[in-house]
Design a protein around this ligand. Structure first.
Ligand code: ATP
Length: 237
């Protein structure tokens, strides 16, 4: 088994006085895709935000590539090589696809070939066809792809993706699945928060099921696929 790239212990988070995450402990292995699945409101988004230091009332011990994340600010966590693509796809709508990609450019670690727009256009062929288009003229799914591609321009070792398939057309969901497989093949680990079970099941090596802020299952996707009772109970699928 690969070494863990991201390790999180006893992650707790609160909104006001309401506790929404309870002692989540999990690992993301280098180069794997792990799905964080659970019903609406289970705590998936909060988990990703808390890892990135975006939930003020949270407590966790976490390491990324062996560095303690402690109370590091989000930008420093990103600079360690942990990318994050939030649900609301923050692309610049007044910039073109190519200009958006440039805003994400950061040097690659020594010994690794950097992501370039041309490499990314091979991964996301539909973006290549609209390289001069402004963000405001793109569909939600195309914007989502651009948000992921822009994050890759920072040469991360791992990416946290929050519901990339939400609200996008099935044909784009299919392209997204292929892009995530290709990212994995390039060695980028992915922690994927998803409500779309078929999408998550098709691309993930392992899964972590969250229910009301607690981990109900952690294991291989094959194990979760085989456990119909657990899926029906926690995911309704
Ligand atoms: P979704 O798929 O709907 O985003 P989720 O599994 O990602 O669901 P979270 O968004 O992490 O779940 O929400 C976990 C819990 O925290 C829910 O009960 C939600 O209502 C609550 N919550 C989320 N954001 C806030 C907030 N800013 N203030 C108060 N409560 C919040």
């Amino acid at each position: 088994m690969n070494a863990p790239i991201l390790e999180v212990w006893n992650l707790c988070a609160f909104y006001g006085r309401a506790q929404v995450l309870f002692d989540l402990t999990f690992r993301l292995q280098a180069g794997e895709v792990m799905a964080l699945v659970g019903r609406n409101g289970a705590g998936k988004t909060t988990t990703l935000k808390a890892i990135m230091g975006l939930v003020s009332a949270s407590a966790r011990q976490a390491t990324f590539k062996g560095h303690s994340l402690g109370r590091l600010p989000t930008y420093k966590i990103a600079r360690l090589g942990l990318g994050y693509v939030p649900e609301d796809r923050r692309i610049f709508t007044d910039l073109t696809v190519e200009e958006n990609l440039e805003t994400g450019r950061r040097p690659a670690p020594a010994g690794r070939s950097p992501w370039t727009p041309e490499r990314l256009f091979r991964l996301f062929p539909n973006l290549a066809e609209m390289r001069g288009r402004r963000g405001s003229q793109m569909s939600g799914g195309e914007q989502q792809m651009l948000a992921i591609a822009r994050t890759l321009m920072g040469n991360p070792d791992a990416i946290l993706l929050d519901e990339p398939s939400e609200g996008i057309a099935p044909v784009i969901v299919q392209m997204m699945a292929e892009a995530i497989r290709a990212m994995k093949a390039e060695g980028v680990a992915v922690l994927l928060s998803e409500q779309n079970w078929a999408f998550a099941a098709g691309i993930s090596d392992r899964a972590c099921v969250i229910e009301r802020g607690e981990i109900r299952f952690q294991g291989s996707m094959a194990e979760l696929m085989a456990n119909e009772a657990l899926r029906a109970d926690t995911l309704g699928v």
